[in-house]
Design a protein around this ligand. Sequence first.
Ligand SMILES: Nc1ncnc2c1ncn2[C@@H]1O[C@H](COP(=O)(O)OP(=O)(O)OP(=O)(O)O)[C@@H](O)[C@H]1O
Length: 472
Amino acid sequence: MAQRQTSETDGAVILEAQRITHLYQGRGEQGRRGHAPVVLEEVSLQIRAGELVALLGPSGSGKSTLLRILAGLIRPTQGEVRVHGQPLRGPTPSCALVFQSFALFPWLTVLQNVELGLEALGLPRLQRLKRALAIIDMIGLDGFEEAYPKELSGGMRQRVGFARALAVEPELLLLDEPFSALDVLTAANLRRELLQLWYQAKIPTRAMLLVTHNIDEAVSMADRLLILGADPGHLRAEVQGLPRGQREPHSPAYTHLVDLLYRLMTSPDEDGAALLAAEEPAFVQRGQPRPTRPYQTLPHVAPADMIGLLELVQARGGRADLAELGRELQLELDELLPLVDAADLLQLACPEEGDLVLTAVGRLLAEADVQEEKRLFRQQALARIALLRRIAEDLAAAPGHRVDEERYLERLREHFSEGEAEAQLQTIIDWGRYAEIFTYQEEAGVFALETDEETEEQPTEAAGDTWRRNIR
Ligand SMILES: Nc1ncnc2c1ncn2[C@@H]1O[C@H](COP(=O)(O)OP(=O)(O)OP(=O)(O)O)[C@@H](O)[C@H]1O
């Protein structure tokens, strides 16, 4: 592909975020003892003319929130965004967003959807129409001007999303996983066409910031990569991309960078910049130390899925390359990382130099029958997951061996948003049920100990025995 024509102003800072900290003071948080989870902490970055920057990070690390802050859609709790040195006070035509979900108005035609973005610019009707038609043509939607979104394939809908954003001729295009809802081939086509338009300077966009979960996408597109860590979201490392023209998949440099990124992303507790610098100083620009993690965060995965991954690794001799696993299973980072994170948290496997390596218990579990699998999972879960252990201990001590979930939700809400607190509890429920640590009565929102016929006759003592038997 042709290289992007460079311009005199390449390298000039278009947008700068200074020490952005954000707390969601949403409906769920108001009035509750002043607690609101910190979503982003002290994030500073710059986007310069001429570059495409990828923003990678685990699910929930605040990538979308950061993008919305940079677009002027959300005002950060602390810190400031500046566009060409001027404080950003709200949405600006200089920065346009493309969403993963396309976000089109179904009752408007393609042309009307694209024109909509131009209304805010206050252009006369004829000029709006001309500009919208030109961009529709350029983005490959010629002939579909009067079609409604429901008549279009996913790929074409996203073309409308791009056309709408590009119509305002933004200097900075903010892309929130724009290819992740598309099938593999459509995504590859759209990526290539976008880069072509940009490299050939057919669009006036001067820089792009791309949020992605796909490491291959990031390595093949980005000039620079920003890696966010979670709990709370912070900038872990800044990594130099490969020079354009040297990004052929499977080339040694490409594979090396992919491996490094997997390594970084699967070691959330290590100092990102230090880890990479030891490995490849030329790639690393800077990083920010991890803020202290306030509370154990569970990845939202089903135990069976994690065990499936362990079995696959075991079938390969107990060690497998994460990048290869991801590609083979067609799992993007937001799907693969939580599985790796769960296995690591339970000490069933650990990430090591871009590979996933089973621990001794992980190997046993991967080879075990269902009952033994559950027993080992239970053993690890009770040893490693503080909240599960707490519930198990409370159940053993509680009258009737029943405990209300509200007690734990209250605590979780002090550390997470309302939605995330509920999601954390749901994961605890899924893991605890799978491990047969407790039963959960959904309607009453109550945990109870596993009982069998014997325990029903003598609920108090026998149920305690069941739990004691379970955790052995
Ligand atoms: N409107 C909101 N109100 C309250 N909390 C929110 C809101 N939007 C996001 N959050 C929380 O903020 C955190 C960061 O969310 P965000 O969507 O920015 O992360 P992300 O890195 O983009 O995640 P993903 O990769 O899953 O899209 C999450 O814990 C999420 O639950």
